[in-house]
Design a protein around this ligand. Structure first.
Ligand code: BDR
Ligand code: CA
Length: 306
């Protein structure tokens, strides 16, 4: 099978952990590099978590550490959602330090992108700081990027602020650089993330799916992205679901810009679905997801893990 080469930029993160699990065991994907960025918790913690996950999954994917803080905004983490360590609830093995590159994430991404014979897909499931730095430092990489599939933004409400989604709201300037970059973008934001739920009956089934299922169940008990009883939000898995099962989504091509200065709206994505601004579309925005089909897909995808 022709595998699709991807780089995952992440801040694990409980929902990141599940998205990474699915990506690592999907035969359609070739995860060439994992890069980390401060977000759900500190850079040190998210990098350690990525390395813990790789040891847990017995996978040898190189990891490169990226930005420790947003470009301009003050850094505020989401440890209230993911716990102090970012993956609270499960006793993970020690990080596999042999996988940690000495290169900075931006340099590692540049190398992997430029060396690849086929264009790379960037899967971003965290703040966009590393990607903005990559485009500022090495704009030539854009030629060999197939698309960015992003969990971030919202065409409606926020989850960091009234209007701002966490990944875009954490580093709005970086997100704006990415949306204005000219690289094809798929935005799987809160419009789908809030509906990509794991219900209690799913958790019960997942619990018995080998060691990944057991790990997931323990993380689910601790995760505060939604509620164990009424539905846990698998935001970051939406980006992976788009790659593996795009038919789950309703997609509209439109223009997106990030509000940088609004006193109540800074960090929100302005998604011009009605074309008020008469701008050329710069993103495919996932406006809806079939939640029932997502639940089935998610369970089947997790069942492929060890
Ligand atoms: C995003 O914010 C983070 O807390 C999650 O990991 C996800 O990437 C959802 O808004
Ligand atoms: Ca994340």
């Amino acid at each position: 099978m022709n595998q699709r080469p991807v780089i995952i930029d992440t801040d694990p993160g409980i929902d990141d952990a599940l998205a990474i699990a699915i990506a690592l065991f999907a035969e359609e994907l070739d995860v060439r590099l994992i890069t980390t960025v401060a977000g759900n918790v500190s850079l040190e913690n998210v990098t350690g978590n990525a390395l813990r996950l790789l040891r847990f999954f017995e996978k040898e994917v190189p990891v490169a550490k990226g930005a420790a803080q947003p470009l301009i905004a003050e850094f505020v983490d989401a440890s209230n959602v993911h716990g102090k360590t970012g993956m609270e609830g499960y006793d993970f093995p020690e990080p596999d330090m042999s996988l940690l590159l000495e290169e900075h994430a931006v340099n590692a991404m540049r190398r992997v992108i430029m060396e690849s014979p086929e264009p790379i897909t960037l899967v971003t499931i965290a703040a966009l700081t590393n990607i903005a730095l990559l485009f500022a430092m090495y704009p030539e990489v854009k030629r060999n990027i197939r698309e960015i599939v992003m969990m971030g933004g919202s065409a409606s409400r926020g989850n960091k602020g009234v209007m701002s989604e966490f990944n875009v709201g954490t580093d709005p300037e970086a997100a704006q650089v990415v949306f204005q970059s000219g690289v094809p973008i798929v935005m799987a934001g809160l419009d789908v993330g809030l509906k990509a739920l794991v219900l209690p009956e799913d958790s019960e089934e997942i619990k018995n799916m080998g060691k990944t299922g057991d790990m997931a169940w323990h993380l689910f008990r601790r995760y505060r992205g939604g509620s164990f009883q009424t539905g846990l939000k698998m935001y970051d898995s939406c980006a992976i679901a788009y790659l593996l099962c795009p038919e789950l989504f309703t997609v509209e091509e439109t223009y997106v810009e990030v509000e940088l200065r609004g006193s109540l709206t800074a960090g929100c994505t302005v998604v011009d679905l009605k074309n008020y601004l008469h701008k050329t579309p710069n993103a495919k925005v996932c406006t809806d997801i079939d939640g029932e089909k997502f639940r089935v897909w998610f369970r089947q995808a997790l069942a492929k893990c060890i």
